[in-house]
Design a protein around this ligand. Sequence first.
Ligand SMILES: [Fe+2]
Length: 157
Amino acid sequence: MYPSPNRLPEDTRGRIVDALNARLADGLDLHMQLKVAHWNVKGPHFAALHALFEQMAIGLAAHNDAVAERAVTLGGRAYGTARHVARSSRLDEYPQETTRDLEHVKLLADRIDVYLEHVRDARAVAEKAGDGDTVDLLTQIVTEFEKHGWFLKASLA
Ligand SMILES: [Fe+2]
């Protein structure tokens, strides 16, 4: 661990950094999966979903950057190569042969549920550690991706 402007003890910061890196791996994986869906989606809902998946990916890229920079701010490192992500992500691999619009919606909705579950767990780690700033950062992700999950599930209803 490196020195940090944050006042929490080093071992506490280390626990938060580990939780952030785990969520960074999931977030980078989900970002790539969203792009695969954005590129390959076909069907009557193409126009809306092509744009929606891109908008979700852009938002997630900003969150991933914030998560990585929070880990480094707290005195850790940020891990994010493709090989690291492939080893570490908690998400299921994306079936890249998928083309149908609503099939992509279902696949992404499932993955967002898993992503959110783990982001909430990471937020609980930060909350227990008294790191309100990391809690705020993760709450922004939860709020935005719960909304995306609602959009996707509404498309399937
Ligand atoms: Fe594009």
